[in-house]
Write a protein that binds this ligand. Sequence first.
Ligand code: CO8
Length: 258
Amino acid sequence: LASPHSYPSLPPPPLSSNKKLPVNSINLDFAAAFTKAHAEVVARKEIQSLILTSSCNSIFSAGLDIKEMHNPEPVRLREFWTAFQGLYLELYGSRLATIAAIEGHSPAGGCLIAMCCDYRIMSNTEKFKIGLNETKLGIAAPFWMGELLVQTVGVREAELALGLGKLYSPSEALKVGLVDEIQNPEDVKAKAQEWAAVWAGIPEMARNKSKDITRRAKINELTDRREEDLEWFADMVMQEGVQQNLTAYLESLKKKKK
Ligand code: CO8
């Protein structure tokens, strides 16, 4: 936001392919486009805060596109993970004050995007869910995603949530501090704008040095361990048992519809 009185709205990041993303899932193309769009906003020095929201009805983001991990082509799999690591590093360390306006479901990678933001407002519609549900898919979150949950809700709550793959309702998420406030669906965007103006009013240098206190070490750690994390991810995904679990999970999503 340039000032508390003007709220320019940016279009969604253009995707290079025509592949439809009906649930705002994060595929290679999306991760790259998101990071590029963020960098373009960061470069506009007059902008101090950014609201992340979704144009999908009832879904903030369905997390990583499971199809990127299902029977993957190894080179693309690595590109995909590198792009997702990049998205996290840019957003978590953004010079902008970032506000998540979570108007729908936000599992796994969607929850990561929300946790990267400085402030989270979720719709109070109880059927919407947010959390890191990776174990339910038979996979584990990478260390940096798990640690971000620890940073956000504390060690014991994160231990339970990661192990059980817990998805929280908005009121549960508020209780453990996974989101900062919940609002009626029609008020989420307006509240996000109010908070974006508040954050934009804090002097940038002071805001960013403060952000560094809790985030810089985490960002440096993944930067140093990026290759190791990539190998960890590729090894896990290529396991036969993991592929079977992903097949079953994708089928369960399809069956749910019938
Ligand atoms: N990836 C790919 N396709 C998806 C995804 C996804 N994440 N989510 C939904 N879809 C597909 C569905 O299969 C369905 O496809 P089709 O139309 O062909 O049948 C279509 O999108 C619409 O989905 P729904 O009908 O389920 O839509 P609803 O509005 O009813 O529900 C939900 C929306 C709640 C988001 C629901 O789709 C859902 O629960 N999706 C799965 C979300 C999920 O579990 N994501 C986790 C992804 S893993 C991740 O992000 C992190 C992994 C990091 C660690 C990796 C280490 C190995």
